[in-house]
Design a protein around this ligand. Structure first.
Ligand SMILES: Cc1cc2nc3c(=O)[nH]c(=O)nc-3n(C[C@H](O)[C@H](O)[C@H](O)COP(=O)(O)O)c2cc1C
Length: 186
């Protein structure tokens, strides 16, 4: 185990490959010395609960997985986060983050983090060529870059295929995501 690095807020959304969040990102981050607190969009929460991954994530991290807001009287279930990573980020979550929409627990936490001083945010948009051709996409990416969000994005890390034409079983670029986290907290 490496030296303790603080709390990594790992965020998953309803995008392909989120099923491997634990093995691809959470366990490697734990091995690198992070404490990991996982938050999921409602869609990702449904997907991961259905395959038993929410339980496994809670066992691995020792913290509850959040996919809904707490009640005002409830204590915060996670410790304060030192760095956020949204991987995979759906086109939907990227668009809402760029617009400042905060209508679920992921968007509430990450949207605030984007505006917080000295709180790095890494985002891997897991999108296809059609998402990227949408007229809002360039603006969304530019807005996140302008806010100093570190994007794991581009043909060297994630080739854009037309919908339903990507080779099946494509692994997400977890190593590039882990490297971006290292870079963000240097
Ligand atoms: C099996 C499946 C795979 C999906 N994969 C992706 C994806 O890789 N990228 C993406 O942007 N949307 C994908 N979607 C669509 C999103 O799940 C959908 O837009 C959803 O509203 C995203 O919500 P969220 O951003 O709150 O998680 C997928 C949907 C399904 C059913």
């Amino acid at each position: 185990m490496e030296k303790r690095r603080g709390v990594l807020g790992v965020v998953g959304t309803g995008a392909g490959g989120v099923e491997a969040l634990r093995t691809g990102l959470v366990e490697p981050a734990l091995a690198r010395g992070w404490q990991v607190a996982v938050t999921l969009t409602p869609t990702a929460g449904r997907w991961l609960r259905a395959i038993g991954e929410v339980d496994r994530l809670e066992k691995a991290t020792g913290l509850p997985v959040r996919d809904e807001p707490r009640l005002p009287g409830e204590a915060r279930p996670h410790p304060p986060v030192d760095c956020y990573v949204v991987a995979p980020a759906s086109a939907n979550t990227v668009a809402k983050l760029a617009a400042g929409i905060a209508d679920n627990q992921v968007l509430t936490q990450v949207g605030e983090a984007i505006g917080t001083l000295d709180l790095p945010v890494v985002v891997f948009p897991r999108v296809n060529a059609a998402h990227a051709r949408h007229p809002a996409w360039k603006r969304n990416i530019a807005a996140l870059r302008e806010a100093d969000v570190r994007l794991v994005y581009g043909p060297d890390v994630w080739s854009l295929y037309e919908p339903r034409e990507a080779p099946s079983g494509r692994e997400l670029p977890w190593q590039a995501v882990l490297d971006a986290i290292d870079d963000a907290v240097k």
